[in-house]
Design a protein around this ligand. Structure first.
Ligand SMILES: [Zn+2]
Length: 237
């Protein structure tokens, strides 16, 4: 299973409870983070190179909190992500290396009810990941250097999961799934709080994450007090 996101901490907000559930069940999970998060934080004294290194360390710690050991950074500049052919190739390379059944990524569609979720880097990373899943990683003639120079055989991803509920079309929720994270929500909190440079008030963030998880569960019709994360799933023949 491979997760592709724009920034360190994106996977933790959207899917860390689910990742903890999968790794507990023995599934190997790899994170592919498009940027190093070097435009993050508010400390103007810190060099951007130091911030990038710090955020990589924080993301590795967050991954470890939910049982993920393989974290790869593509090093595209934070705040400037575009769904270019170069980024599609870079994500396709990781897909062909990892050979996941399932790819989880961010929505390429703007969600007008959550402007933070629709950061332009998220939209671009999601779009590039979707293009890498289909058609690039399965087509031997896409990014030919991957096969010809690097020897990476095409790979067919069978499931695409988009983090969050479907944005604009409530009827499409029927095609969404809810992962019950009641048993793992505290590991999600621990993962999120690993991003210390981004979180001035850890208690407030922890409480907001628990509350959000309960809201997601209620929305999915799970019993009172449950926690959940929502995804929109596409199966790819
Ligand atoms: Zn982000």
């Amino acid at each position: 299973m491979l997760v592709v996101t724009a920034h360190p901490d994106d996977v933790d907000f959207g899917a860390a409870g689910t990742m903890a559930a999968f790794t507990s069940a023995g599934v190997e999970v790899t994170y592919c983070i498009v940027t190093n998060g070097d435009a993050g934080g508010s400390d103007r004294e810190m060099s951007r190179a130091d911030m990038a290194a710090l955020r990589q360390d924080e993301q590795r710690a967050a991954a470890a909190a939910v049982g993920v050991r393989d974290v790869r950074f593509l090093g595209h500049p934070d705040g400037m992500v575009q769904p270019t052919l170069e980024l599609r190739r870079d994500v396709s390379r990781v897909i062909r290396q990892v050979r996941p059944e399932r790819v989880v990524t961010q929505s390429p569609e703007r969600n007008w009810s959550s402007i933070f979720a629709s950061h332009p880097d998220h939209l671009a990373a999601g779009e590039a990941a979707v293009c890498a899943v289909y058609p690039d990683s399965r087509n031997p003639f896409a990014h030919p250097e991957l096969l010809d120079v690097e020897g990476l055989e095409p790979w067919h991803v069978s499931e695409l999961w988009i983090m969050g509920p479907a944005a604009a079309d409530p009827s499409a929720q029927a095609f969404g799934i809810a992962v019950d994270t009641s048993a793992t929500v505290e590991r999600k909190v621990e993962a999120l709080l690993s991003h210390r440079s981004q979180i001035p008030d850890p208690d407030a963030v922890a409480e907001r994450v628990r509350e959000w998880a309960r809201d997601q569960a209620a929305r999915a019709g799970l019993p009172d007090g449950s926690s959940a994360e929502l995804f929109r799933v596409t199966r790819i023949p």
